[in-house]
Design a protein around this ligand. Sequence first.
Ligand SMILES: Nc1ncnc2c1ncn2[C@@H]1O[C@H](COP(=O)(O)OP(=O)(O)OP(=O)(O)O)[C@@H](O)[C@H]1O
Ligand SMILES: [Mg+2]
Length: 375
Amino acid sequence: MTDALADAVRRAVGAVTDPELRRPLADLDMLREITVTDGVAHVGIALTIVGCPAATRIEADVHAAAAAVAGVDAVQVAVGVMTPEERRALTERLRDGRAPRQMPFGPDALTRVIAVTSGKGGVGKSSLTANLAVALAARGRRVGLIDADVHGFSIPGLLGIAPGTQPTRIDDLMLPPVAHDVKTISIGMFLREGESVVAWRGPMLHRTVQQFLTDVFFGDLDVLLIDMPPGTGDIAITLGQLLPHAEVLVVTTPQEAAAEVAIRSGLVARQTGQRVIGVVENMSALTLPDGTALDLFGAGGGQAVADALSQDADPVPLIASVPLSPALRTGGDAGVPVVLSDPADPAARAILAVADAVDRAGRGLSGRPLPFSPR
Ligand SMILES: Nc1ncnc2c1ncn2[C@@H]1O[C@H](COP(=O)(O)OP(=O)(O)OP(=O)(O)O)[C@@H](O)[C@H]1O
Ligand SMILES: [Mg+2]
């Protein structure tokens, strides 16, 4: 009788998911001794590391799951730590047979990699990337986001990830923090207080970006978005080499003067083999309450970039024009992207249309060579 009760508790507790690893505790071998005596459930669990940031949440979830089992009157949770051997077994299982330091986003992977780039800085690339990531996650896609703009990282703030938040480490595997269902990694999470990357040189940047791709445990993803630094510098070239099959979204403003550098960033990406899937124009005309349009940055830049990047066999569409939007800015400042905080806002609607287009394009249009050649 009591054993049956202990089994019921084990099943309930085993179904609790680890918020970082996003798998049930039973699958992660985190359950230890579980007994029920006189209605009191004693539940032992073992976490990956001491002081794991998710520990409080796991303990509370375990407590609630055990307490919900009929016949359990009280619960005592004992939290322990895995042995190094247990941890090694776990990281091996999480890697799914891949050797450490092997890149899971190669051309054969099922994950679409989409790099968001721009020529000029400050055109709203990070805001768009954060919103797009969240919009795709809200559609049920498994989304990862790499903030590769190592000098101007802003993704953690845009997603409301508290300053000082770091990835959890299980030995040499790093678990990215999750915000609005998006697994996110940023150089900002690795800097000590007051430290800056401004002085970092090419090789160090190269290694860091490479590490994002190899040592961060994203698990199975449908889409990996990359917020690129503006322009065509070291990082763009590194990522072009590491991810030659990536798709590229080019962000620009309506201003003709921004078009030329945006076109160049698209051409550089294409040289590495990446495929430009579309252009997003940001900061386009704002419609005022009286119905007139305020086009602060002019008009036509997005279409000009799309036209210039189009090739006969490979047209590059202007996917959307995202208007200037106070709600987009305040959403970013508050860490709740506008597609969530105010989905009816015109900018949010435009970005949701980008998410639809990107989602529809799917893997089939991602530029992977087809396994047969057309006649
Ligand atoms: N459509 C928009 N309407 C109003 N404000 C916007 C819009 N898009 C971006 N912004 C604001 O413009 C500023 C720059 O945006 P963001 O940081 O996303 O650009 P970026 O291209 O990533 O810049 P950087 O080159 O510095 O990385 C931010 O303050 C953001 O809130
Ligand atoms: Mg940015």
